[in-house]
Design a binder for this molecule. Structure first.
Ligand SMILES: NC(=O)c1ccc[n+]([C@@H]2O[C@H](COP(=O)([O-])OP(=O)(O)OC[C@H]3O[C@@H](n4cnc5c(N)ncnc54)[C@H](OP(=O)(O)O)[C@@H]3O)[C@@H](O)[C@H]2O)c1
Length: 415
């Protein structure tokens, strides 16, 4: 059997990291003990994945160490990286006694047709884990493979699976970030939350959840303000999730007087030092406003040639620095989730997540984000090249597969 894997030159090689290639190699005939072979059906692709690629070799993140590029056609794991993707697949072979062929699974896969994964001993009915002892223990959420049959959030319809791949990795970050903010009463009663890269799914899901909290608490005083590029202003306003939206160029001339008054939290999804410095300077100069804290949540502005994000963004090597001064506070979901797991029962957390997910699935249809299904190796390569050239438009959400359209969706491919 032939495998196909989407790979990229590493930024440290002398090649262009944006030159994606689809590498052909053989699927192993026999698999080692305690392994599974998956057929990767399809996977979501958003700026989140471009960030994984950009930080593939960065010392804190090491995203290229989850799946390795094969040795084939002038490609090797020292010259090339594999960008992880969130996707669905089916187990076709297993040498683990507790995991069986035919199971539908969701996880942090390689953009490939087939994927061989080791399975650790702690298998339960909800999930199993890929052992990756070379990575820090806090990467455990990336090692979890969810067994769909017992997943309370799973809906097998093709559109529900597509929405899951697109929103699930981002929504839970936004969800637990909002829960964390709420646990401190929004850092002591902040009245305004400013969010950059406001057109991104991570940012607007956070805005959505803050609005939801406002309505649950009967509070109309906590306002959510978006910052975005000029070209994405119309989309971001149309979402109707922000109280106000400003563009990066002119926010400091618009966000003044009564509009600026209050206690502010800034949640940064761009990772752009220059923008963050302008935000801070602006609030320092505004008489009646206080910038309580700046939180690092994303890095939409890193590019594939970036090797390390700057420490000023909160993601660099000294990113542990607390709030205050010019440092960013870093929200790290696994850390907060482990605190919540001590405070709440598993069933309470499952219930919270189920309610939030069900509501998201019914609300997200009005946000004007359309699914774009891309099937086949040449088509996926072309779609990637288009993103490198044009960037990712917020109104388009990609689901990719290295298999042909009919195999993946049958006759339902066209939405
Ligand atoms: N902390 C975490 O654990 C965590 C978890 C999930 C996601 N994230 C991060 O959140 C960020 C957003 O991911 P997403 O998948 O939600 O994004 P998305 O929906 O694909 O966002 C698209 C938006 O990102 C901005 N953007 C895209 N490409 C860009 C480029 N080349 N240069 C500058 N801006 C660009 C634009 O927003 P604007 O015009 O509005 O700037 C664009 O509208 C990513 O950096 C991701 O890694 C972090």
């Amino acid at each position: 059997m032939e495998n196909l894997i989407l790979c990229h030159p590493r930024a440290s090689s002398s090649q262009d990291p944006n030159q994606a290639i689809i590498v052909k190699c053989e699927v192993p005939q026999t698999i080692p003990n305690n392994h599974v072979l998956l057929e990767v059906d399809r996977f979501g692709f958003s700026t989140n994945n471009m960030t994984y690629q950009a930080l593939g070799e960065a010392s804190h993140f090491r995203y290229f160490e989850f799946h390795h590029a094969p040795d084939a056609e002038g490609v090797s794991s020292t010259t090339h990286g594999v960008t992880p993707v969130w996707g669905f697949g089916t187990i076709i072979k297993s040498t683990h006694p507790k995991v069986h062929p035919g199971e539908r699974v969701y996880g942090y896969f390689a953009p490939a047709r087939y994927l061989l994964l080791a399975v650790s001993s702690n298998v339960n009915k909800y999930a199993f884990f890929v052992p990756r002892p070379h990575l820090p223990p806090d990467r455990r959420p990336y090692n979890q493979i969810t067994r769909c049959a017992e997943d309370p959030l799973y809906d097998p319809s093709p559109t529900a699976e597509d929405l899951t791949m697109l929103y699930r990795p981002l929504f839970w970050t936004s969800f637990w970030c909002e829960d964390w903010l709420n646990s401190s009463n929004y850092k002591g009663g902040s009245t305004h939350i400013l969010i950059s890269s406001a057109s991104s799914k991570t940012a607007f899901c956070l805005a959505y959840l803050i609005r939801r909290r406002n309505s649950l608490q009967g509070s109309s005083t906590r306002r959510v303000i978006g910052l975005t590029s000029k070209k994405n202003i119309a989309f971001t306003k149309r979402l109707a999730l922000y109280d106000d939206v400003f563009d990066y160029e002119s926010f400091d001339t618009s966000l003044v007087g009564d509009l600026a008054r209050g206690r502010w939290i800034y949640v940064d999804v761009t990772g752009n030092d220059a923008l963050n410095a302008r935000v801070r300077d602006h609030f320092r100069a505004c008489g009646d406003s206080e910038l309580v804290t700046c939180i690092a949540l994303g890095l939409t502005n890193v590019s594939a040639s970036t090797t390390e994000p700057s420490s000023a963004t909160g993601w660099g090597s000294d990113s542990e620095a607390p709030q205050g001064g010019d440092k960013m506070e870093h929200f790290f979901m696994p850390e907060w989730l482990s605190i919540r797991k001590q405070q709440l029962s598993v069933s309470a957390i499952t219930q919270m997540q189920k309610e939030a997910w069900t509501r998201l699935m019914s609300d997200c249809g009005t946000w004007g984000v359309s699914l774009r299904r891309v099937c086949g190796p040449d088509q996926v390569k072309a779609a990637y090249e288009e993103i490198v050239k044009r960037g990712l438009a917020p109104e388009e959400a990609f689901v990719w597969s290295l298999w042909g359209e009919t195999r993946v969706y049958g006759s339902t491919a066209k939405l």
